[in-house]
Structures are given as C-alpha cells and as structure tokens.
Design a protein around this ligand. Structure first.
Ligand SMILES: CC(C)(COP(=O)(O)OP(=O)(O)OC[C@H]1O[C@@H](n2cnc3c(N)ncnc32)[C@H](O)[C@@H]1OP(=O)(O)O)[C@@H](O)C(=O)NCCC(=O)NCCS
Length: 329
C-alpha cells in the first residue's frame, strides 16, 4: 500500500551542554579573535560534546527529546532508522543500529553519508520508503560530533564547526501536506575542495585526501551561494509554487554571510530566513533540523506553512525540499 502524501510529522533536537565561545577558542591557544570569526561567519559560539560523548549519544539525546515533546508513542511503529552523519561512532556497527538497539525498535537501520546535506538526503530516502509503502514510519536522524575531528592546527576550519543532532519522524500525512519536492545534486569534481580521508589516500584523479578536514574556503563559499539560490528556485518550481508562497526558508547553517548572500540573490526579507548559526556554528547534518526546531518553538513556523529547506556541503553535494509542515501532536 502506498501513501500519496508523506511528510515530517515530529522533530526533536539535542545539543551538548558545553558552550565554547570564540573567546574560549582564543583562550585555548587558537590564534583567532571573536571579531574575526563573527565578521567572517556570524558564529558567536558552538557546542562541544564531552570527550566520552559520541554521535550515537547525540542521536539518543535527540530521540529522547522527540519522546519528551510528543510522548513515547512517537516511536510506535517505527520500522526504519536512518542516521545521516560524517562522524559515526564506528565504521561498523552503523550508528543507526546503536539507536535501534537503545530504543528497542523493530526496525531496519542504516547510516547515510552525504556530508552536510545528509539529513535532507535521509528525509528524501524516508519519503521514498513511506510513499512507496516499503516502510511505514521512518526515524530520520542527522547528527555530528565534528569537534572530535577538528584540526587544531588549522584555525580557518576549526572555528566553523560544532556538535549536535536532530531527529525526525517521516510518515503519511493528510492530503496536501508533507514533502512537495526534492532537489538532490552532486558535483564530484569538487571533492578536492572539502575532504578528509578514511581508507583512501587520494581521489581517483590523484588529488590528495587530507588526514584531517581540509577545505578551500573561498571555493566552497562561491559554490554554496550559487547552489543555495539555484536549488531553492528549482525546489519551489518543482513544488508548483512561487518564492512568495514560502513562509520560511531554512538554509544550512554554515556561515551567516553565505545565508545572507543567498537571501539577497533571492530578494527575501530577513524575517523569512531562519538563522541560528550564531549559537551552534556549523553542525553539518544536524544544522537544518536544529534551525527548524527552534523556529517552530519560537512561533516563526506554523502548522500548514510551506517551508523551504536548502543545504550544501562536501561532495560537493546539495539538496533542497519544499515541505508543507504538518506536526502530529
Ligand atoms: C572559511 C572562511 C570563513 C574564510 O574566510 P576568508 O575571507 O576566505 O578568509 P581567508 O581564508 O582568505 O583568510 C583571510 C585571512 O584571515 C586569516 N585567518 C584565517 N582563519 C582565521 C581565524 N580563525 N582567525 C583569525 N584569522 C584567520 C588568514 O590567515 C588570512 O590572513 P592573511 O590575509 O594574513 O593571509 C570562508 O572562506 C568561508 O566561510 N567559506 C565557506 C566555508 C563553509 O561554509 N564550509 C562549510 C561547508 S559545509
């Protein structure tokens, strides 16, 4: 049996307790300043997971937050768990299996790696599963412990990232609600601009893979601004809507200047673009979920609103989706 309309019906989040400000980084020996970081990125602080706190713990925190918000029935019938992450606890077992076991779910479970767009890719997979009838209810998590893989000798990338997790439920929704479109794109030629090695040593074209996160900030910046506005337009058009029909735009929280440049290209007023990068830095696969959850909580996102989610990252990869928000209370 397939469902005509599927969507995100519940959303939870978790961030570690430790707040690390820009000044804290400088005090820990990083040659930087609050002024440099804020003027280049808009970031004021980020969260650091404890030394013994890993991505599975952040996932469990976000799912626990789902339960706290919606009641324990929120997990009733979950038959698939997807964890989008670039920082799994282990290569195997997959982090999703650790979550499945912790909550004792009768579900399949797998991890998905699509860098910062990972959670939107997980939502698209969850939408395909539930729309086709292959699965009924998917727990789709985006989680990162990026501060565990920071290169403390590279102040340019070090200051950008933070830890966090979001957890959503994807299932059937009433007619007209839910996902209206998905744009999913990759340009593998850009792999050299943002990478970190696993078992490989070079890219197939011979470009070296870095031991730690390595980024060509300028190239990523240009790519990000370009795809943020082209993917947004495409997702809105494919949903049969116009930019004016979108109540809130929820972009990947990497850098306030990127968000603002895309906003200007799209000629959007500031109050229709959600930004909380100042509080959390770039939490990669968790970032859109954290921004969306906070905007629901402060009343900016309302039931029935058309939302535009858009993101970019390593790969180089991008994704965008129009979601008509239906929250199952
Ligand atoms: C990373 C980024 C903020 C760097 O900004 P930039 O203006 O390109 O800065 P540059 O790398 O050219 O460095 C400019 C100067 O600041 C210095 N600098 C770099 N990092 C610094 C830091 N943390 N603190 C102080 N100074 C720093 C550089 O050494 C350089 O000094 P120089 O001119 O004396 O050589 C910017 O390129 C960016 O945001 N890119 C996109 C990154 C992103 O979003 N990635 C995530 C993808 S998911």
């Amino acid at each position: 049996m397939n469902s005509s309309f599927v969507g995100l019906t519940a959303l939870g989040m978790y961030v570690p307790k430790e707040i690390v400000t820009n000044d804290d980084l400088a005090q820990r020996g990083v040659e930087t300043s609050d002024e440099w970081i804020q003027s280049r990125t808009g970031i004021k602080e980020r969260r650091f997971a404890k030394p013994d706190e890993f991505t599975s713990h952040l996932c469990i925190g976000a799912v626990q937050n789902l339960i706290d918000r919606y009641g324990k029935d929120v997990l009733e019938g979950v038959d698939m768990v997807i964890v989008a992450t670039s920082t799994p606890d282990a290569l195997f077992p997959q982090t999703a299996a650790l979550v499945q076991n912790h909550f004792n779910l009768e579900a399949g479970a797998f991890d998905l790696l699509a860098a910062c767009p990972g959670w939107l890719y997980a939502l698209s997979a969850a939408a395909a599963y539930t729309k086709s009838g292959i699965r009924k209810k998917v727990l789709a998590i985006g989680a990162e412990s990026l501060t565990k893989i920071l290169d403390w000798s590279d102040r340019t990338t070090l200051v950008l990232f933070g830890d966090g997790a979001c957890a959503g439920i994807v299932e059937a929704v009433p007619e007209g609600y839910g996902f209206q479109s998905f744009v999913l794109g990759t340009d593998g030629a850009g792999g050299k601009h943002l990478n970190m090695r696993c078992i490989g040593k070079t890219l197939p074209d011979g470009n070296p893979l870095s031991e730690m996160i390595s980024m060509n900030g300028r190239e990523v910046f240009k790519f990000a601004v370009r795809v943020m506005h082209t993917a947004t337009k495409q997702a809105v058009e494919e949903a049969g809507l116009e930019l004016n029909d979108i109540a809130q735009f929820i972009p990947h929280q990497a850098n306030y200047r990127i968000i603002d440049a895309a906003r200007e290209y799209l000629e959007l007023p500031e109050d229709r673009v959600v930004a909380n990068v100042d509080k959390y830095g770039n939490t990669s696969a968790a970032s859109i979920g954290l921004a969306m959850r906070e905007a629901i909580d402060d009343g900016r996102i309302k039931h029935g609103d058309n939302l535009l989610l858009v993101t970019f990252g390593a790969g180089l990869t991008w994704a965008a989706s129009v979601l008509r928000w239906y929250e199952k209370k």
